[in-house]
Design a protein around this ligand. Structure first.
Ligand SMILES: C[S@@+](CC[C@H](N)C(=O)[O-])C[C@H]1O[C@@H](n2cnc3c(N)ncnc32)[C@H](O)[C@@H]1O
Length: 325
């Protein structure tokens, strides 16, 4: 984590980049369009008609974590510089006291734009590590959003440490504008309940909660087959990216909190996982990405479609105990 404090304004945190070629690019298929923009999402979102008219049904954001990380710069030369911001420039908690749209720090500037673009029935997810999760939750609540779930993506390939506990999670923060009218569509993501998988409990075969027999809505800690970090010889892995999310993660988010034909935005597209899954599932999609090289990869992935049988991987048990009955 960078600790030095620089006296620059949020405006100065915008990076200059080389002119982009062939973007914005539109990909058609599955009866929908995916439109990919290259540049700083704060500048692009501020101009997008879909944001100005609050037409977004779902936002999923996996921002840079300000970990002084080199987003493929040594390979591509056009990466976002993730080391320039002081903690306050990245995420200033005083922004919560400023009106919507007048946040001064990087994180709350893009979050405010996404909130502005969200429909009243819309949902917004933020994938973020321990460092910033609390600040983001406070800001989103101050902006009037309702927190539906604080989910945790658990993986077992964290960096080894000996002087503290090993990190093995990222937070998946799930907010909506209106809890009464939010889009909620759990059927495609139901999984086998522990009562069926472990206990052989007959009560799960005649449920009264409206769920099909033996199934339940997943718990708020996410793990299981295909849920690991995309590393090594993982079939999903794009070699030029070390920050790719698993397809099943995006399937769970998109399937449960949007519907076919809905408009999904990812302001930090990276290697394109959100676009790949949204497009394959018949959602309209807008992605913004700073690095042109990443945006190109994302377009190729969206055109090629998912690696996993995303719809077919649902329904499995995530039980951590052996079957008892
Ligand atoms: C954590 S990665 C996203 C990974 C993505 N979820 C995936 O599955 O591949 C963050 C991405 O945001 C991009 N980025 C950083 N700052 C940006 C900005 N201001 N506007 C748009 N994209 C940005 C980086 O280039 C990087 O590709």
């Amino acid at each position: 984590m960078p600790t030095k404090t620089k006296k620059t304004t949020a405006k100065k945190t915008r990076a200059k980049r080389a002119p982009k070629s062939g973007f914005p690019r539109t990909i058609k298929g599955n009866g929908v369009e995916a439109k990919i923009h290259v540049g700083d999402c704060r500048e692009i979102l501020a101009e997008l008609p879909e944001v100005k008219k609050s037409q977004l049904d779902l936002v999923f954001a996996d921002p840079p974590f300000n970990w002084a990380r080199d987003y493929d710069r040594h390979r591509a030369g056009d990466a976002w510089d993730d080391s320039r911001m002081s903690p306050d420039e990245y995420c200033d908690r005083h922004d919560a006291d400023r009106p919507l749209g007048e946040s001064k720090s990087f994180t709350f500037e893009w979050i405010d734009l996404c909130i502005r673009g969200l429909k009243d029935t819309g949902s917004m997810w933020v994938n973020i590590p321990d460092d910033w999760a609390a600040e983001i939750v406070v800001h989103m609540k101050a902006r009037g959003l309702h927190m539906v779930n604080w989910c945790v993506w658990h993986y077992r390939f964290g960096q080894n440490t000996t002087g503290r506990f090993i990190n093995s999670k990222v937070h998946a923060l799930y907010f909506c504008k209106d809890p009464e009218s939010r889009t909620w569509n759990p059927d495609p993501v139901l999984e086998t309940s522990d009562r069926r998988a472990i206990y052989g409990d007959p009560r799960t075969e005649s449920k009264r909660d409206g769920m099909p027999a033996g199934l339940r809505v997943p718990m708020d800690v996410w793990y299981g087959p295909y849920w690991g970090r995309i590393q090594g010889n993982n079939k999903e892995r794009r070699t030029k990216h070390d920050n790719q999310l698993p397809e099943v993660y995006l399937h769970r988010v998109i399937a449960s909190t949007s519907r076919e034909g809905d408009l999904v935005l990812d302001p930090f597209l990276g290697s394109g996982t959100t676009g790949v899954v949204a497009h394959a599932m018949g959602r309209r999609f807008i992605g913004t990405e700073f690095a042109e090289s990443n945006a190109k990869t994302a377009c190729e992935r969206i055109e090629a479609g998912p690696i996993r049988d995303i719809a077919g991987t649902r329904g499995e048990s995530t039980a951590i105990h052996p079957k008892r009955r």
